[in-house]
Ligand binder design. Structure first.
Ligand code: AMP
Length: 419
């Protein structure tokens, strides 16, 4: 597969550190509110990416962090007069529900920042020992002057890389916090340097080092994270033992936009995933997202969504009679996916497969894209449900679970009745 890396600004063949195994880390959400369809764009893309890699026979360890200690969480918990953990657990659960309703289920492991505090403190300690960090009255800071490769990922010059957080105790405006001193309520921990909480960037490198080591294959996230977040991650990890590059392939998704602006909580121009799903089903949302290449901006408009619904309906309308394999169509689908995850081209191949009646390929590729391209007929579905109910009654859970997995992979959600 060929992939574009923000680091090299080139499309290059994907070569992994371990043959046939891919270590993929994607920045997870800050859990202080409901997720919007901008988040959905990023997470649908990486869901499809991981599923495609698995389809090609690779073993993918897809790791995502959950940012559950952060200013936004502390402030929102204060506003709502509940504990930080109560707020974070609530929105973490809501995030998982949204992901489930979008058919996003490729993540191997979710790692919370708050359950990795020992790893974070250990990493900060090692950075201090290396002489690349210093302690002030406000916290522990990374000294960016010690890191020669600073700015390589974003390609921005120094003048544009100043940290947004102004703190008089910092030696240099570009330095960033590894540990912030203070009492933040429930989410405050002791450290060898003083009580406080982690800075924004250190949770990702502490978590990824724990599960992957200091070098791994692919790091993903939205475009907004390149600077300062991902630059800071590189500086932290590569300063530990000088291993370079921390990651060869940096994949960044373009923004979902509204009237040319990024959809975001702070601009108030967002539609939550659950609200969007009241109007459009998840197949349509995923189809709409995948009609654009992941690196391009994606305009969220009613017209665009309505066109996606029509396009999908057309595929379903023509894909009726099974006329066997369409090898050309299958090849075109794979070639598109191999070409830097070119999902618009892959969907063009899907249209050919539908027109040529290759229902098997539509089922198989539909499972990768998380879209059901075939018209559901309720009769066989209800039969399958009944078979599952019977199997569960007879405690034959293994087969019942297998049927559930196959149905889920085919994009069919099933709700078990209590036994
Ligand atoms: P956050 O919870 O804001 O940290 O965002 C979680 C992930 O969603 C990050 O990878 C963001 O870059 C991504 N994201 C947030 N807003 C958008 C958007 N409008 N379009 C695409 N990705 C987004």
């Amino acid at each position: 597969m060929d992939l574009y890396s923000t680091l090299t600004r080139k499309v290059e063949p994907l070569t992994t550190i371990h043959p046939d195994r891919v270590y993929l880390f994607v920045c997870g959400p800050t859990v202080y509110d409901y997720s919007h369809i901008g988040h959905a764009r990023t997470y649908v893309v990486f869901d499809v990416f991981a599923k495609y890699l698995r389809f090609t026979g690779k073993e993918v360890f897809y790791l995502q962090n959950i940012t559950d200690v952060d200013d936004k969480i502390i402030n929102r918990a204060r506003e709502e007069n509940i504990s930080q953990s109560e707020l974070a657990r609530k929105f973490e659960t809501e995030y998982f529900k949204d992901m489930q309703s979008l058919g996003i289920n490729a993540v191997s492991y979710y790692a919370r920042a708050t359950t990795h505090i020992p790893e974070i403190i250990d990493q900060v300690g090692r950075l201090l020992k290396k002489g690349v960090a210093y302690v002030t009255e406000n916290g522990v800071y990374f000294n960016i002057d010690t890191f020669g490769r600073n700015g390589e990922l974003s390609g921005q010059d120094r003048a544009n890389r100043k940290s947004r957080v102004m703190d008089e105790s910092k030696h240099n405006p570009e330095d960033f916090a590894l540990w912030k001193f203070g009492e933040y309520g429930e989410y405050t921990w002791d450290s060898p340097w003083g009580r406080g909480r982690p800075g924004w960037h250190i949770e990702d490198t502490a978590i990824s080092e724990k599960y992957f080591g200091q070098q791994y294959d692919i790091h993903g996230g939205g475009l907004d994270l390149i600077f300062p977040h991902h630059e800071a991650e590189i500086a932290q990890m590569e300063s530990l033992e000088g291993k370079h590059p921390m990651v060869k392939y940096w994949m960044h998704t373009g923004f979902l936009t509204v009237g040319g602006e990024k959809m975001s909580k702070s601009l108030g121009n967002f539609i939550t995933i659950r609200d969007a799903l009241k109007t459009y089903d998840r197949d349509v949302l995923r189809y709409f997202i995948l009609l654009s290449h992941y690196r391009s901006p994606l305009q969220a408009t009613d017209e665009g969504l309505a066109n996606a619904a029509k396009g999908l309906e057309h595929i379903r309308a023509v894909a009726t009679a099974d006329t066997g394999p369409d090898n050309e169509g299958r090849e075109a689908f794979r070639a598109a996916m191999e070409n830097d995850l070119n999902t618009p081209m892959a969907l063009a191949a899907i249209q050919h497969l539908a027109a040529n009646g290759d229902l098997e390929a539509l089922r198989e590729f539909g499972a990768i894209l998380g879209i059901n391209f075939l018209r559901e007929t309720s009769a066989p579905l209800s039969v399958l449900q009944e078979i599952r109910d019977e199997l569960r009654k007879k405690k034959q859970f293994e087969i019942a679970d297998l049927i559930r997995k196959m149905m889920t992979d085919a994009g069919i959600t099933i709700n078990d009745k209590p036994l």
